[in-house]
Write a protein that binds this ligand. Structure first.
Ligand SMILES: C=Cc1c(C(=O)O)[nH]c(=O)[nH]c1=O
Length: 310
C-alpha cells in the first residue's frame, strides 16, 4: 500500500499533516511534528507582531469535537520565517507557513518578506479566522477576497494556497470558486476552517464554555465532518486543476478516506491531533492503509475524487 503523494513539486510519504493552529505555535512543537509520522508541517497562522491571543478559557474539548476562540496567539511572522530559514527541507517533509495578518496590508508585508527569502516552504493564506473580535472572515466577503488575492499575486510570484471558511450554499461555492479560479499561482485551497461562532453551554453552571466573545468560538472535530466533506467535494469539482487540502473531522482512516474520495489531495488533522497527540498520524495512516487493502486500492490515486451518487 502506497500512501505517498506528489503535488505542487512536493513529495509526501503520508497524506496526513497538522491543521494550522494545532501543535504548531512554537519551534519545539513544529520539530515534534517534523519528527512524527506526519507527511508535512504547517505553522500557526502568523501576524506581523506577536500576539497573546484571547483571554482563557478559550478552548474546550467536546463530546464530538472542540470549540476554540484562541484569538490568533502566535510568535509573530519573523519567528516563523526564521523557523522556515532553518528548516531541514532535505528530510522530505514540506513546510507550509500559515499567514493571517490582522489586515490585508499585514498579510502583504509578511508575504513580501517570504517572497524575498525565496525558501521552499509554501504559504497558506488564512481567509477564515473567526475568532479575532471585530475582524471579519475575509472568505465570506468575495470582493475583499478578490482584492486581497489581486494584491497577493502582485507581490508573491510563487505558488500559494488559501484556507477557506466553510460555505453552506451552492451559490457561495460558485462565487468563491469564480474568485479563486482567476489566480493561476493559487495551487491549493484548504477546506475547511472551523465552523465559526458556535456557542456551547454548561448546563450545570449555566455558563458558556469559553470566555471570548461571550462564548462564541469555532467548532472543530466530528461535528464538522459532513460540512468539511461537502466543501472539499464542491471546490474539487469547481477547481479541477488545483489541489484541495481536506480539513475537518478526521479522527480515523475511514474519515481520511472520505476526504480523499471527495477529492482531497492531502488531509489536515486538527482537533484529533490536539486531543490524541502526534501518534494520531501513525494510527490514522495505518487505518487508511488497512481500509485501502480491504478494498483492493494500492494507491491514493486509485480512489481520489471518485465519490459517486447512489
Ligand atoms: C487564525 C486564527 C484561527 C483560530 C484562532 O486563533 O482563534 N481558530 C480557528 O479555529 N481558526 C483560525 O483560523
Amino acid at each position: 500500500i502506497d500512501l505517498s503523494v506528489s503535488w505542487l513539486g512536493l513529495s509526501m510519504a503520508s497524506p496526513l499533516f497538522n491543521a494550522s493552529g494545532v501543535m504548531c505555535r512554537h519551534a519545539d512543537e513544529l520539530d515534534r511534528l517534523a519528527a512524527s509520522c506526519a507527511g508535512a508541517v504547517i505553522t500557526k497562522s502568523c501576524t506581523l507582531e506577536p500576539r497573546a491571543g484571547n483571554p482563557e478559557p478559550r478552548y474546550a474539548a467536546l463530546p464530538f469535537g472542540s470549540i476554540n476562540s484562541m484569538g490568533l496567539p502566535n510568535e509573530g511572522f519573523r519567528y516563523y520565517l526564521d523557523y522556515a530559514r532553518r528548516y531541514d527541507y532535505g528530510r522530505g517533509k514540506p513546510l507550509f507557513v500559515s499567514v493571517s495578518g490582522m489586515s490585508a496590508d499585514e498579510t502583504l508585508t509578511i508575504l513580501g518578506e517570504l517572497a524575498r527569502l525565496d525558501l521552499p516552504c509554501l504559504p497558506e493564506v488564512n481567509l477564515s479566522c473567526p475568532n479575532v473580535p471585530g475582524k471579519p472572515q475575509t472568505g465570506y466577503d468575495f470582493a475583499a477576497s478578490a482584492a486581497l488575492l489581486d494584491a497577493i499575486v502582485r507581490i508573491y510570484p510563487k505558488t500559494f494556497g488559501v484556507k477557506l471558511p466553510p460555505y453552506f450554499d451552492p451559490v457561495h461555492f460558485d462565487m468563491m470558486a469564480d474568485v479563486l479560479r482567476a489566480y493561476p499561482t493559487l495551487g491549493f485551497v484548504t477546506c475547511i476552517n472551523s465552523i465559526g461562532n458556535a456557542l456551547v453551554v454548561d448546563v450545570e453552571r449555566e455558563l458558556a464554555l469559553i470566555r471570548p466573545k461571550d462564548g462564541l468560538g469555532g467548532l472543530g472535530g466530528s461535528y464538522v465532518l459532513p460540512t468539511a466533506l461537502a466543501n472539499v467535494r464542491e471546490f474539487a469539482r469547481r477547481l479541477p486543476d488545483r489541489h484541495v487540502v481536506g480539513c475537518g473531522g478526521v479522527t480515523s482512516g475511514a474519515e481520511a478516506f472520505m476526504h480523499i474520495l471527495c477529492g482531497a489531495t492531502v488531509v489536515q488533522i486538527g482537533t484529533c491531533l490536539y486531543e490524541e497527540g502526534p501518534g494520531a498520524f501513525e494510527r490514522i495512516a495505518a487505518e487508511l492503509s488497512a481500509l485501502m487493502r480491504s478494498k483492493g486500492y494500492r494507491t491514493l490515486d486509485a480512489f481520489r475524487g471518485r465519490l459517486g451518487t447512489p
